[in-house]
Design a protein around this ligand. Structure first.
Ligand SMILES: CC(=O)Nc1ccn([C@H]2C[C@H](O)[C@@H](CO)O2)c(=O)n1
Length: 105
């Protein structure tokens, strides 16, 4: 079944709402988001809903293939992005790039 919810760490909320962060990189467990579907987004820490996002695309990408362009879409430097990914998914290679558009907040 297509997922209808997504969580983000609270610290990314402002960047998502301002449009500075337009992608997220997830592991195998979250590769099933469907393009054109709308998901309700809440904070991981408190489960507080804060927006809805339209899924634009879901594409596989390797950790070693991450570029400055991916980082730009995350509103980070490439070094910051690599650190964040390693902290969340230690040792991971296969990621899924989920791009999205803000629907409403
Ligand atoms: C909270 C949760 O279940 N999982 C994640 C996974 C990733 N993120 C953020 C961190 C980076 O900005 C990108 C790339 O993974 O997405 C997140 O907030 N929550």
């Amino acid at each position: 079944m297509t997922p209808t919810t997504m969580t983000f760490f609270q610290r990314f909320e402002a960047d998502i709402l301002s449009g500075k962060k337009t992608i997220t990189l997830r592991d195998d467990a979250e590769k099933y988001y469907a393009p054109n579907s709308v998901v309700t987004v809440s904070t991981f820490e408190e489960g507080r809903e804060f927006c809805r996002l339209k899924i634009v695309s879901v594409e596989p990408v390797l950790f070693d293939a991450l570029t400055g362009y991916h980082a730009e879409q995350e509103n980070m430097t490439l070094a910051e992005l690599r650190d964040v990914i390693q902290a969340i998914y230690p040792g991971i290679q296969q990621l899924f790039l989920v791009s999205y558009q803000l629907v409403d907040a």
